[in-house]
Design a protein around this ligand. Structure first.
Ligand code: PLP
Length: 440
């Protein structure tokens, strides 16, 4: 039986007010709940794996601020470190020892990069890394994949046209066509398209950028073979391979996807987890490549709040926890157990649902297919089922990101009890979704 909708009166009033201040009432579009039912929930508090909205509704949270909160909300060591550092001031625009400390923590535990530069968001990290690749190779074109998201920088707000290898078409007003013309777009998991792109634009491609774990348009897991091919074709063509690990970095292991697949890209970008919930991004590479960045090199990049001490403090505290022995194994085991229970349930019921997972990331796909590796394999109509499930879950105290294209995250704060309650809620919700099947 469908549950009655929770009260959202206070969230709704806040949203009405927000609409007078911000375009669409939000400061980032997906928060507007356009793809699911109801007004966006205004969150008041988070603790561990739970969040509370303005109406006092409590939820088990699987959005985790879109990934950064791998320790859950308001983790004591992150909070304490931030509060300690804040006593001394919040920004100096001058170097601090905290930047060294976070860099050392990362570089001594990640063999894939030798030097790093801190910035303030994932978008900024990617934008800077692209400039570095162009400056280093002295080439202009970049190649991206349909179904990967890399933030809202102009060169990457492009989508595929209708051929095997296409120049990007801008996916946002305001992106000059001339910028999109420098971005080639191909499908994921398609060696032929990649080969063709390298033939067509021989000697022109500065960088190939990929989310090695594509997690922004469903979870489009790539094969080891394909990622290895990618590295080889880039190496053969003098093109830099750029792993965008804003989601996968420190999530599927401390060394992210590079460590997971054992592939050394030329440049890696990070965000989300690296900042412990505060605004931090970063990009890193070999010392030789990184020394092309200003002030030693000719590629300019800067930031007033880059390496901000409070953000560094949060990152130091969070990453220190991640380095505890067994951290990732435990988190992955918890996720696998959860995912397997759902898989067993849907198999028993014969529902067309697949749960894809890697590390502590999971994604529900309303499909019969055993693998989904490209964006065009996702049926847009299946999102109606997600929408119905999202509503049922919200009404049962479970918070998933408000779009069926978004993945879910499990944190170390999620308890067995949380996951048991979530499973029950998912089973009940799926029963309702598939009962309604004929009308969806
Ligand atoms: N790259 C990837 C893979 C992302 O998932 C995101 C954001 O979700 C970004 C870049 C942009 O990061 P930010 O939202 O911090 O600018």
């Amino acid at each position: 039986m469908s549950k009655p909708d929770i009260s959202r009166a206070k969230s709704a009033a806040l949203y009405e007010k927000a609409k007078t201040y911000f375009p669409g009432g939000v400061n980032s579009p997906v928060r507007a709940f356009k793809s699911v039912y109801g007004t966006p929930l205004f969150i008041e508090k988070g603790d561990g794996s739970h969040i509370w909205d303005a109406d006092g509704n409590e939820f088990i949270d699987f959005c985790c601020s879109w990934g950064p909160l791998i320790l859950g909300h308001n983790h004591a060591s992150v909070r304490n470190k931030v509060m300690e550092v804040m006593q001394n001031g919040m920004s100096f625009g001058a170097p601090t020892a905290l930047e060294n400390e976070l860099a050392e923590l990362i570089l001594t535990n990640n063999k894939f990069i030798e030097k790093i530069r801190f910035v303030s968001s994932g978008t900024e990290a990617v934008m800077s890394a692209i400039r570095l690749a162009r400056g280093y190779t002295k080439r202009d074109k970049i190649l991206k994949f349909e179904g990967c998201y890399h933030g809202h920088t102009d060169a990457l707000l492009v989508k595929a046209g209708s051929g095997l290898v296409t120049f990007g078409e801008t996916s946002s007003a305001g992106v000059p066509k001339a910028f999109a013309d420098e971005t080639i777009v191909v499908a994921l998991n398609d060696k032929e398209a990649l080969q063709k792109a390298f033939e067509e634009f021989s000697g022109q491609i500065a960088a190939v950028i990929i989310e090695p774990v594509p997690a922004n348009n469903g979870l489009l897991l790539q094969t080891q073979d394909y990622l290895t091919f990618l590295l080889e074709i880039c190496t053969r063509n003098g093109t830099m391979l750029l792993f965008d690990e804003v989601i996968s970095g420190f999530r599927i292991g401390f060394e992210g996807a590079a460590g997971y697949y054992g592939i050394r890209p030329d440049i890696i970008t990070y965000g989300k987890i690296i900042g412990g919930g505060l605004p931090v991004g970063a990009y890193g590479a070999s010392a030789e490549i990184m020394d092309h960045i200003s002030p030693v090199g000719s590629v300019y990049q800067a930031g007033t709040l880059s390496g901000n001490p409070v953000a560094m403090a949060a990152g130091i505290a969070q990453l220190t926890e991640l380095l505890q022995p067994g951290f990732y194994q435990e988190l992955e085991a918890k996720t696998t157990g959860f995912v397997n229970s759902v898989r067993e349930f849907v198999a028993q019921r014969g529902y067309a649902v697949k749960v894809f997972t890697i590390g502590s990331i999971f994604w529900f796909a309303f499909t019969d297919q055993d693998t989904i590796r490209t964006a065009d394999e996702i049926d847009p109509n299946s999102m109606l089922k997600f929408k119905a499930m999202h509503r049922e879950l919200i009404n049962r105290g479970i918070y998933l990101g408000p779009s069926g294209y978004e993945v879910g995250f499990i944190s170390s704060a999620h308890t067995t009890d949380d996951l048991d309650r979530t499973k029950t809620a998912i089973f009940d919700s799926l029963d309702i979704v598939f009962e309604l099947n004929s009308t969806i």
